[in-house]
Ligand binder design. Structure first.
Ligand code: 9Z3
Length: 402
């Protein structure tokens, strides 16, 4: 039996993985766009951050009808991208297609449906057609929308934001590898901010069925062309004992996705660039341990740990240098309402020293703009702190190479 990707050296796993899949159709176009974008910002000596955002899908069939997905809407990535732009970075926004986008996130999806921000203006007195008034933004949203619109147009006009979509975990891998390699001319001016929720498991292509998985037995004459895996396949739809037409179980056997972070840090990314990954957990007892382990394993620069239930209000920075563990929290009074969040869990993942209650990071919320409900966005605290760390890294590099 062929060795599993997880048992191979990272470079070997990379070549096996990338040889197995055809590159995404959009990759050549994305590469051309990214090359021009990066060239422009290298010339301007501007920093460029690659922000990854949203979930990844794991298809169950080559002609995909069904897939495994995850919860991520891309809020972290889209919001962070705005704060990076505000800090003068150019942003390559590698995102799951149809997930939230910088700026338009304020007016999209069901939570912020753009139609709720609009109104019909009263008809102009004396106008011939009294039924054709203009569409306008409602009074109470004018200031906020003007502000968002100006920032969006500035980013567009000055070529500061490049949007690149992906859907599957394989597409994500191809895009990430290409972008990292294209970013090499940026050297220490490159930053990787890996906020996408990337699947840890997938079905290798050589075990994936071509056609739609059937939920019921087919008559024997159709079986060979059906999506049901044959003997030895590790994706199959239950036992073959049922009568034609009866329902079957679906059993799926997933392999671990190769750990791309090794290859990003040791191979693809520019020398001297900064790599920031995220660690997501649901168990507060595990978060800091898992984030530390990730930092040690991949020897990069920062792991930002977050719990699913408190991610909008607190994160922890795990760094190789002191203070090693630093919590960033939105002050209680400025926490936005969240349907999925559990406020009682804020502070639970912090390893208490001497039993002390966790301290809130007292940051002035003045530069960070909130969403419509005026909550303070935690990304408005994360990004300035991160930029300080990037400043230090660049300074150190400049000192080392006079
Ligand atoms: C994160 O931890 C992000 O902060 C969230 C953001 C996905 C929680 P939303 O899109 O959520 O704003 O709703 N991203 C990284 C998650 C991840 O898959 N990390 C891997 C891991 O934990 C390491 S690369 O093993």
């Amino acid at each position: 039996m062929a060795p599993a990707l997880g048992d191979m050296e990272p470079a070997e796993a990379e070549s096996v993985y990338f040889n197995e899949y055809p590159p995404p159709k959009a990759l050549p176009k994305h590469e051309a766009l990214a090359r021009a974008f990066i060239e422009l910002h290298v010339e301007a000596n501007r920093r460029v951050v690659l922000v990854t955002s949203g979930g990844t899908t794991v298809p169950l069939e080559t002609q995909t009808v069904r897939f495994i997905d995850n919860f991520s809407a891309g809020t972290r990535g889209a919001t962070s991208a705005e704060y990076f732009l505000q800090q003068g970075y150019a942003v390559i926004f590698l995102h799951r297609q149809y997930s939230l986008l910088p700026y338009s996130r304020h007016y999209s999806h069901s939570t912020n449906c753009f139609l709720d921000f609009m109104d019909e203006a009263p008809p102009v007195v004396g106008a011939a057609n009294q039924d054709d008034g203009s569409i306008v933004v409602r009074d109470e949203y004018q200031d906020q929308m003007r502000d968002v619109l100006r920032k969006y147009r500035y980013a567009k006009k000055n070529n500061r934001l490049l949007l690149l979509p992906f859907t599957t975990v394989a597409e994500y891998m191809f895009e990430l590898r290409s972008m990292a390699k294209l970013m090499r001319p940026l050297g220490p001016n490159a930053l990787f901010y890996l906020a996408a929720a990337v699947s840890d498991f997938f079905i290798p292509r050589n075990r994936m069925v071509e056609h739609k998985i059937q939920s019921s037995e087919l008559p024997p004459e159709y079986e060979k062309d059906s999506a049901v895996g044959g003997e030895g396949d590790e994706i199959y739809t239950g036992e073959n004992e049922a009568e034609p037409g009866s329902r079957k179980k679906l059993v799926i056997n997933l392999d671990p996705v190769p750990k791309f972070l090794h290859r990003l840090v040791d191979g693809w990314a520019p020398d001297g660039s900064m790599v920031v990954s995220f660690k997501l957990e649901t168990d507060p007892a595990l978060l800091v341990y898992k984030a530390r382990t990730a930092l040690q394993r991949y020897s990069h620069h920062l792991v930002i740990g977050n719990l699913l239930s408190t991610r909008k209000w607190e994160v922890v920075f795990i760094t190789p240098d002191a203070p090693h563990e630093r919590w960033i929290r939105v002050p209680k009074a400025r926490r936005s309402k969240s349907i999925s969040g559990v406020e009682d869990q804020v502070g639970l993942a912090e390893i208490k020293k001497g039993g002390a209650a966790p301290t809130e990071t007292r940051q002035q919320p003045t530069q960070a703009e909130g969403p419509v409900d005026d909550g303070l966005e935690i990304e408005g605290l994360i990004i300035p702190e991160l930029v300080k760390l990037h400043d230090k890294m660049i300074e150190k590099k400049n000192k080392a190479t006079p």
